[in-house]
Design a binder for this molecule. Structure first.
Ligand code: URA
Length: 241
């Protein structure tokens, strides 16, 4: 693969911009300045390079994990709060169009005040597989409540509650009280404000919401709020439905 195509595929700008970056001596591959934009590299997966001092590793598809902080919106065009996309480096946002997806996109959305695990990718099929209720990917939420939680509320969440816009009940795949005012809830679908609406339906109120796990992958404790990192093949395997 030519150097300019490598840079283009990773989101460093148009092919012309990428060629210019190389020609101006701004690109290093494995530590060596490469000024020839047409220089070819084989086995590009995992290739380490630098663009204007920014270290990057080639990934044919991007799968990343973000620890979403409170006060951010999962929208490219947020209405009130900063967008989660501003937490990611520009190349991830600028990766060229692949199918219907341009740049990395969030796999589902979390509310502005919800924190925790959010996946982003430029792989449209992965987004579809992870989001489709047919695939039953479990998502675990740690919920802080306004009122003490009791056995009856837990039972109702497991048996199913009716939300205003849909006569079909929605149920938690798992639910356990983790304290007087805290609950761990597992859902396999992702309706709008689902956790908050389910808790409201049983007479309680969500005061704080954190997503701690998706499929077999837990939020790594060393990833701070606002931090992101690439997902490795082992982690992806834990996620796949
Ligand atoms: N359920 C909610 O109510 N909000 C979220 O952000 C996620 C699930």
């Amino acid at each position: 693969m030519q150097l300019q195509d490598i840079l283009y595929s990773q989101g460093f700008g148009t092919r012309r911009v990428c060629a210019g970056l190389a020609q101006q001596g701004h690109v290093r591959v494995n530590g060596r300045v490469c000024a020839d934009a047409s220089e070819r590299f084989d086995a590009v997966d995992g290739l380490d390079f630098e663009v204007m001092g920014q270290a990057w590793r080639f990934h044919a598809s991007a799968y990343v994990l973000l620890n979403k902080p409170a006060g951010t919106e999962c929208s490219q065009k947020p209405s009130t709060w900063p967008s989660i996309y501003t937490l990611l480096p520009a190349p991830l946002r600028q990766r060229p169009q692949k199918g219907a997806v341009q740049g990395v996109q969030a796999v589902g959305r979390l509310d502005q005040d919800t924190t925790g695990m959010l996946l982003l990718t430029d792989d449209g099929q992965f987004i579809h597989r992870m989001s489709s209720p047919r695939h039953h990917v479990p998502k675990v939420y740690e919920v802080a409540l306004k009122h003490p939680v009791d056995d009856r509320q837990v039972r109702r969440l497991l048996d199913g509650v009716v939300l205003d816009d849909d006569p079909k009940p929605v149920r938690a795949a798992a639910c356990e009280a983790t304290g007087e005012l805290t609950l761990r809830l597992t859902l396999t679908e992702g309706k709008y404000h689902q956790v908050k609406r389910m808790l409201a339906a049983v007479g309680n109120r969500v005061e704080g919401l954190h997503r701690s796990r998706i499929g077999g992958l837990a939020l790594p404790p060393d990833l701070p709020p606002g931090g992101w990192r690439w997902l490795g093949p082992d982690e992806l395997a834990l996620l796949k439905p």
